[in-house]
Design a protein around this ligand. Structure first.
Ligand SMILES: C[S@@+](CC[C@H](N)C(=O)[O-])C[C@H]1O[C@@H](n2cnc3c(N)ncnc32)[C@H](O)[C@@H]1O
Length: 273
C-alpha cells in the first residue's frame, strides 16, 4: 500500500480541498441531516452507537454523526488523503469520542466486527468498479452482527441544475469524460442494492432522488474542484477554466445559486443478519 500524497494505486482522488470545497461539504451535510435523518435512525444511528465513516473527507458528515452518537458512542473517520484527515481532525476538535485516521477504504486497519453502522458516501463513484467491490467486502467485515452498511452515491448523469449557462454544462461534460477515462464508477448509485446483496446483507432501504435544493452562493459543482486534475490529465485547458469561472461569476451575480435536482443521488442500506 502506498499512501504517499494521499494516493495509492487504487485511489487517485481528483477533487482538490479548499475553503470553497469545505463550504460545499458542509452544505451537503446539512442537507443530508434534513433529508436522511429518518434513514440514519433506522440504520441504527442513535446515542451510544459505534459508527465509522469511510472516506470522510473534511469531516462535515462525521461531525453530524459524532453529535448523534454522543459521548456514550464512538465516531471514527477514515480517509486516504492526509489533507482531508487533518481538516476532519480540525472539524471534530472537542469531540473526545471521535477519531480520524489515514487509511484506505478497502484496507482501513479497523478491527473486524467493531461497528454498529458503517457509512460510506460519495467514495465508490471515485473508484473503479473492481475496487468498489473490494471496498464493500472490507466494510461488511467491520460490521457487528445486526449492524448496517449505509451507502450514499451517485448516478452522475442524472443530476440536473436550473441554470441556463452552456459553459456550466460544458464543465459537467468535461468532468464526466475525465472521470470515465480514469475508470471512476459514476453510475454506482444504480448498483448499491446489488452490492449490498452480493455481500450477504439484507437491503432495508434503496432510494434515488431527493428534495430539490438551491445551491448556496459560492458553492460550485464538483467538476470545478477537479479543474487542476483535469488540466494535468489533458481534459481541460486554461481557457476552459476561464470560461467556466466566468459562467459561475455570471450565475453568482444573479444573487442566488441554481436549483439542484438530485435525481441521481442514491442511498441504500443493508443489515448484516
Ligand atoms: C467526495 S469526498 C466525500 C466526503 C464525505 N464522505 C462526504 O460525503 O462529505 C470523497 C472522499 O473519499 C476519499 N476516498 C476516495 N477513495 C478512497 C479510497 N479508496 N480509500 C480511502 N479514501 C478514499 C477521498 O480522499 C475524499 O476525501
Amino acid at each position: 500500500m502506498n499512501l504517499q500524497n494521499g494516493s495509492s494505486d487504487d485511489h487517485r482522488y481528483s477533487l482538490e480541498l479548499s475553503d470553497e470545497e469545505l463550504k460545499r461539504y458542509r452544505w451537503m451535510a446539512t442537507t443530508a441531516v434534513e433529508s436522511e435523518g429518518e434513514m440514519w435512525h433506522a440504520a441504527g444511528l442513535q446515542a451510544g452507537a459505534r459508527v465509522v465513516e469511510i472516506g470522510c473527507g473534511p469531516g462535515a458528515i462525521l461531525r453530524e454523526l459524532a453529535q448523534i452518537v454522543g459521548e456514550s458512542g464512538i465516531a471514527v473517520g477514515v480517509d486516504a488523503d492526509p489533507l482531508a484527515v487533518s481538516m476532519a481532525q480540525q472539524e471534530l476538535r472537542g469531540f473526545d469520542h471521535a477519531d480520524v485516521r489515514l487509511g484506505l477504504a478497502a484496507k482501513s486497519g479497523l478491527v473486524p466486527e467493531s461497528f454498529d453502522v458503517v457509512m460510506c458516501r460519495h467514495v465508490l463513484a471515485h473508484n473503479r468498479k473492481d475496487e468498489g467491490e473490494r471496498i464493500l467486502a472490507h466494510l461488511v467485515s467491520r460490521l457487528v452482527p445486526g449492524g448496517c452498511l449505509y451507502l450514499a452515491d451517485v448516478d452522475y448523469d442524472a443530476f440536473r441544475y436550473s441554470h441556463s449557462e452552456p459553459d456550466l454544462n460544458d464543465l459537467e461534460e468535461h468532468y464526466i469524460k475525465f472521470q470515465r477515462a480514469r475508470g471512476s464508477n459514476l453510475s454506482v448509485g444504480l448498483q448499491l442494492g446489488d452490492l449490498l446483496r452480493a455481500n450477504g446483507l439484507e437491503v432495508e432501504r434503496y432510494i434515488c432522488g431527493g428534495p430539490v435544493q438551491q445551491l448556496p452562493l459560492g458553492v460550485r459543482f464538483p467538476g470545478w474542484a477537479a479543474r487542476e486534475a483535469m488540466m494535468a490529465e489533458g481534459f481541460a485547458t486554461p481557457s476552459d477554466i476561464e470560461r467556466w469561472n466566468a459562467a459561475f461569476v455570471r450565475q453568482e451575480a444573479l444573487g442566488q445559486g441554481p436549483l439542484f435536482f438530485p435525481l441521481g443521488l442514491c442511498i441504500a442500506f443493508g443489515r448484516r443478519v
